[in-house]
Design a protein around this ligand. Sequence first.
Ligand SMILES: [Zn+2]
Length: 132
Amino acid sequence: MRISQELIDEIVAHSRDDLPNECCGLIGGVDGTAASVHRARNAAATWLRYELHPSDQIRIMNTIEDDGEELVGIYHSHTKSEAYPSQTDINLAENWPDPLYLICSLENSDEPIVRAFAIRDGAVEEVELHVG
Ligand SMILES: [Zn+2]
């Protein structure tokens, strides 16, 4: 997936803003290139997992469609663990296998790490992020 540094920075900023909880949001784009990052509320409001707020999800999906984009990614933060999907994340992805899953780890708060994964049929495959 191609993504600009500005959008990566926005995901990191959201991850920091929502501490101590996990944050989550959606990424719009065209042909696998990210074009927009949309913050959603974490309805679970915990650092243990994320749950896209249902009304935010509907509103953002409409915005992405109105902008002529499609959903290319779902992002969330890991506040205390590495940027790798948890079993909870893998279970959650069962219902939505098409978008890529971006995880921003703040495990080392000075060095946030964002990685991307395809999660399909319970299998995790890292996808390279082309930043710039
Ligand atoms: Zn997670």
